[in-house]
Design a protein around this ligand. Structure first.
Ligand SMILES: NC(=O)c1ccc[n+]([C@@H]2O[C@H](COP(=O)([O-])OP(=O)(O)OC[C@H]3O[C@@H](n4cnc5c(N)ncnc54)[C@H](O)[C@@H]3O)[C@@H](O)[C@H]2O)c1
Length: 411
């Protein structure tokens, strides 16, 4: 719903990745960070020194979510806490932004998305790779048909010594290399490809370094009582197929005997590309090949956190359509969990289509009506109130139908 006020009062939970997100939200002219939440008070105090205004400290997220002077919540805790905290926020009517990955399981992700959409709040993923200039540039080229038909992609994040263990959430159940780093390249590649519908996935995954106390960040070995608790993957890779015949190879290694790499490669009928370095490749009909190094000029934002913060605030205050709804996080989670499950069973996993929640009001609306609603909003700028009156539904329901950024709008 559009807020009357001209700025958003935001709470930041988790003082790790919460810092760059919080800094960007606080430096946005329409963002106001008014509260911090962490189990560790010292981390909050440290960060508060860098913030322009007064902030309240909370160590209990439930108490924080009840506060009436907070409009929106950023969730940046270990994976296992994303859903409990974001759920509490949406149940208290707060807009919510969650760091990647959306959740520690598909089930948790489903529950959060269903409740967030029903609550009618802005719900968004904070995706630093997708919102980066390089990925945005490739996405724009893809939408402009520069590549022709994109039919295949490879995406990988490879580290030599990069297992994070500064919180146990990384290495316990629900953590792991694929949910930590695979998620970045998977999400970005999927987004550049135009968010195709995933059909099936085959994967391999395991932990070859972490449980041995090797391959940790900066080559520092954590205490044995830490690495003994290793429960997640430290590598995962696989192949995802999509409804339009597209194939995506995706890999993530926290540790390996390979050079560091963070890469997306695109294969199109008219051109191809690599993300790092940003380079375009094509061969014309006469057989002349071109390799084009792209040096992007400084963009509108100094970094992706600023772009993410600005979009989140615009979704709340200006009612713009969210480009990275939690539903995208859910579909990415589905692909990740499918790959990890396939690795366990050695069998291909079919990806179920995610339907609407049964209790949602829009399940009764026909496809032509949904299309008409979206057209009126896109082309004639109807407000949600006007749409609600025309279609005999609530304005929240109209918002939900319009925001549903997926291939399936109604049953
Ligand atoms: N590029 C990115 O978008 C990016 C980069 C790094 C990390 N992350 C994500 O951020 C999350 C946290 O990673 P990190 O590196 O910031 O970890 P971190 O350990 O540095 O920070 C997490 C903080 O959350 C706090 N916390 C834990 N449980 C809490 C709870 N129940 N309530 C309140 N606070 C709680 C911890 O005390 C800690 O200060 C992970 O999900 C990770 O995937 C995203």
């Amino acid at each position: 719903m559009v807020l009357e006020k001209k700025s958003v009062r935001i709470a930041v939970v988790g003082m790790g990745i919460g810092k760059p997100n919080g800094t960007a939200l606080a430096s946005n002219p329409r963002g106001n960070v008014v509260a911090l939440c962490d189990l560790l008070e010292d981390r909050m105090k440290d960060f508060a020194k860098d913030l322009p205004g007064e902030v309240k400290f909370y160590t209990d997220y439930k108490e924080m979510c009840k506060a009436s002077d907070i409009d929106a919540v950023f969730v940046g805790t270990p994976n296992q806490w994303h859903v409990p905290i974001a759920l509490e926020a949406v149940r208290n009517g707060k807009h919510v932004m969650v760091t990647k990955p959306l959740a520690d399981s598909e089930e948790a992700a489903q529950k959060l998305v269903a409740e967030a959409e029903d609550a009618g709040v802005v719900n968004m993923m904070s995706l630093s790779t997708r919102f980066g200039d390089t990925c945005q540039h490739l996405g724009t080229l893809a939408r402009d048909n520069y590549f022709g038909e994109l039919y295949y992609a490879r995406a990988r994040s490879v580290r030599r010594n990069g297992i994070p263990a500064w919180n146990l959430g990384f290495i316990k159940k629900g953590g792991g290399a694929f949910r930590d780093m695979g998620v970045h390249v998977l999400d970005s590649a999927w987004w550049i490809l135009g968010l195709p519908k995933p059909v099936a996935v085959l994967g391999a995954a395991g932990a070859k370094f972490g449980p041995r106390g090797r391959g940790y960040w900066n080559r520092s070995q954590p205490p044995q009582e830490t690495y003994e608790q290793y429960e997640s993957d430290d590598y995962a890779g696989g192949f995802i197929t999509f409804e339009n015949g597209l194939g995506l190879q995706v890999e993530s290694f926290w540790a390996s005997h390979q050079p560091d790499e963070f890469q997306i490669e695109l294969f199109g009928t008219e051109a191809g590309a690599t993300m790092s370095p940003l380079r375009l490749y094509r061969t014309d009909e006469s057989g002349t090949s071109e390799d084009i190094n792209v040096n992007l000029p400084p963009g509108k934002y100094s970094n992706s956190w600023d772009a993410i913060a600005d979009h989140f605030i615009a979704c709340i205050l200006d009612d713009v359509k969210c480009q990275a709804p939690l539903r995208h996080g859910l579909i990415v989670q589905q692909m990740m969990e499918g790959l990890l499950k396939s690795a366990e069973t050695g069998r291909e996993v079919q990806i179920e289509e995610i339907g609407d929640q049964p209790k949602r009001g829009n399940t009764k609306m026909s496809v032509p009506k949904v299309k008409e609603l979206r057209r009126l909003r896109d082309e004639e700028n109807w407000t949600y109130d006007e749409l609600a009156q025309k279609f005999g539904i609530s304005d929240t329901c109209a918002w939900n139908i319009y925001q549903r950024n997926t291939w399936k709008h109604v049953k």
